[in-house]
Design a protein around this ligand. Structure first.
Ligand code: SAM
Length: 254
């Protein structure tokens, strides 16, 4: 009798934890780190400019506007060389993925829709109150943080709030091309710190020559293995915005 009651109570308890508890340790870990980060740093500077093709918005002098104005989600998936068989493998293996400089791109929603564990990291998440309300890009940013907040980490890719060697795949689409040499190196070093050695890998698209040189140097030093492939630039409506060196780079830590 007691045993029966105990079983019923413990099942109810388990169901409660399953339904309302943290979805997994990855979510909880990221949420804790976001809370720490958001008290340390915030959006320092905003510029925006409207034209016929949409609103361009810069946070701390870095372009936020990307997808929907310059390219589409399919272009991001193509450029990052994500194939259907990767998705099957990542889902089956419980692969932990991270998108650096995710912005409000469709990459996080796409990977979630495929049942893949993903977090997006960007500078401005959860700092939406600092942004002007009547801007088209800000409207999309607000919508994005509302819909995907629990998968987003407010943070800098130069100081990723995640443990060493803990992520299977890191992706950054059109992040490094927005950064100066020193910051790009910091981002590359951080991605290498966080990625799992040997089995994990980093996929980067949109690099300046100095990042390519730096990666080659790290390869010569024996720290990483790098594969370079060129990516078609046809997708991008550049409109005077420079997207240099559209190469796809895949990096493995030794
Ligand atoms: C051009 S957008 C690209 C966004 C998205 N990956 C895409 O392809 O549409 C560049 C993004 O990088 C973010 N970003 C720039 N510097 C960053 C940093 N140090 N850490 C994290 N995100 C950063 C910007 O806020 C912006 O959202």
């Amino acid at each position: 009798m007691y045993f029966k009651h105990f079983t019923v109570i413990s099942n109810v308890l388990l169901a409660f934890i399953f339904l309302f508890g943290p979805t997994n340790s990855y979510s909880q870990e990221c949420y804790d780190q976001y809370k720490q980060f958001s008290s340390k740093r915030s959006v320092q500077k905003l510029n925006y400019q409207e034209d016929q093709s949409g609103s361009y918005l810069w946070v701390n002098d870095i372009l936020v506007t990307g997808e929907e104005v310059l390219y589409k989600t399919e272009d991001i998936i193509d450029s990052l060389m994500i194939e259907p068989y990767h998705l099957i493998k990542w889902r089956a293996n419980g692969t932990r993925t991270l998108s650096l400089g995710e912005g409000f791109s469709g990459l996080v929603p796409f990977l979630l829709s495929q049942g893949i564990e993903v977090k997006g990291l960007d500078l401005w998440y959860h700092a939406m109150d600092d942004l002007p309300a009547n801007n088209n890009t800000v409207r999309l940013m607000r919508e994005y943080t509302r819909n995907y907040g629990k998968h987003l980490i407010q943070g800098s890719a130069t100081d990723i709030p995640i443990e060493d060697n803990s992520i299977d795949i890191i992706m950054a689409h059109q992040l490094l091309n927005n950064l100066d040499e020193r910051t790009s190196r910091e981002v590359i070093n951080e991605a290498i710190r966080v990625i799992r050695p040997i089995e994990g890998h980093i996929r980067l698209v949109g690099l300046k020559q100095h990042s390519i040189d730096y990666l080659q140097r790290l390869q010569t030093q024996g720290r990483i293995d790098v594969k370079f492939k060129s990516v078609s630039t046809n997708h991008y409506r550049l409109d005077g915005l420079k997207v240099l060196k559209n190469v796809y780079v895949e990096i493995k830590k030794r």
